[in-house]
Design a protein around this ligand. Structure first.
Ligand code: MRU
Length: 348
């Protein structure tokens, strides 16, 4: 089996239900949640059972499919009105990853010229399947483009999980590692554990190890020392929203890593599908940053580690200003320098 054949998919659509890989139970248990309702999809997105910008978008699209398929009895005007409510409902699950809104916009657009319920349900299902299929192709292309910036033998560092389980397949930041493996290249990667929810330790280390990619786990506060002493060639991360000027929101800790990379003269790459680039958000200051429950900070896997009642600040993301980003790798090409122009050109 090739590396990519061993990858586990984040979501499988089964017609009347979804099988969602429960990323909260990894790496100890590989369990799929049987999802039959849109409310369950909302819950799984909110609670991080499914997470990672592209996977959130895909899950939301299939959430609408599940709802649509169980509402075929509605007249078309009723269907369209309720569809808008369901889309608004799913939009409240998480605020930062723009792929959620992008996928829901695609679902809305897919029924724009439809006149009856049955056809609308079919179109919605086709659109969700297309979003999933395209994401796999897009991630592969990002991997190919990313490889043009790397050499055999390179050591990388990554943060959070922008891997196969955060997308339809391959991942974004991790795609070059999978494609390098297919090519017979030897790339290795330091995975930051990624406090507070440990996407790096639980997910990145797990999926890369399983695929036979050379991965070394470090805690977040070891990053600067590791960059300085281990000849790291580049940092590569995913993203949840790239503003029109290139400012990039990604998992909390990414900005600190970019500062460290800049101070040490190490390239800092962002891997981004075009769906994550939001030209309607002018700068990073306009990106909404999700704040999550205090328990994610005061507890580790349910075990308290802080004094009861301590004040907590728990932003899930930070924004790396564009001047700290060496290049943004998309499926259509690589943006550098004047991001405002380069991203607008790629999005055309
Ligand atoms: O809170 P999460 O786990 O959804 O955050 C995920 C990230 O920050 C990823 O880096 C990003 O969504 C890109 S996934 C290809």
């Amino acid at each position: 089996m090739s590396t990519t054949e061993t990858q586990i998919s984040s979501l499988r659509y089964k017609g009347d239900h979804l099988l969602l890989l429960d990323q909260q139970q990894l790496p100890h248990h590989t369990v799929y949640i049987n999802v039959t309702t849109i409310e369950q999809v909302w819950d799984c997105i909110k609670k991080l059972n499914v997470r990672g910008a592209p996977a959130i978008g895909i899950a939301a699209a299939f959430g609408i499919v599940l709802w649509a398929k169980s509402h075929t009895f509605l007249s078309f005007p009723e269907f369209k009105e309720q569809l808008n409510h369901q889309i608004a409902f799913l939009s409240t699950s998480r605020p930062t990853a723009v792929n959620l809104f992008w996928a829901l916009d695609r679902i809305t657009a897919s029924v724009a010229n439809v006149l009856e319920t049955k056809e609308a349900v079919e179109r919605i299902e086709q659109e969700a399947l297309l979003i999933q299929k395209e994401d796999e192709e897009i991630c592969r292309k990002i991997g190919e483009n990313g490889l043009t910036l790397l050499c055999d033998g390179d050591r990388l560092m990554t943060h959070c999980n922008a891997g196969g389980i955060a997308t339809a397949k391959y991942g974004t930041a991790l795609a070059p590692l999978y494609l390098a493996k297919e090519k017979g290249w030897n790339l290795s990667v330091y995975a930051n554990e990624t406090r507070p929810v440990f996407q790096g330790a639980r997910l990145t280390a797990w999926e890369l190890k399983q695929a036979g990619v050379d991965v070394t786990l470090i805690t977040d506060n070891m990053a600067a020392h590791t960059l300085k002493t281990k000849q790291v060639s580049a940092v590569i991360v995913g993203c949840d929203r790239v503003a029109a000027n290139g400012d990039t929101a990604n998992k909390i800790g990414t900005f600190g890593l970019a500062l460290q990379a800049k101070a040490l003269g190490i390239p800092f790459y962002v891997a981004s599908p075009l769906s994550t680039i939001d030209l309607n958000t002018p700068t990073g200051d306009d990106i909404p940053i999700e704040e999550r429950p205090a328990e994610e900070v005061t507890h580790v896997q349910g075990v308290p580690i802080a004094p009861k009642g301590v004040k907590v600040f728990n932003p899930a993301f930070d924004v790396t200003p564009h001047e700290y980003i060496t290049a943004i790798i998309t499926e259509k090409g690589i943006a550098r320098g004047n991001y405002k122009e380069a991203l607008a050109e790629l999005k055309k």
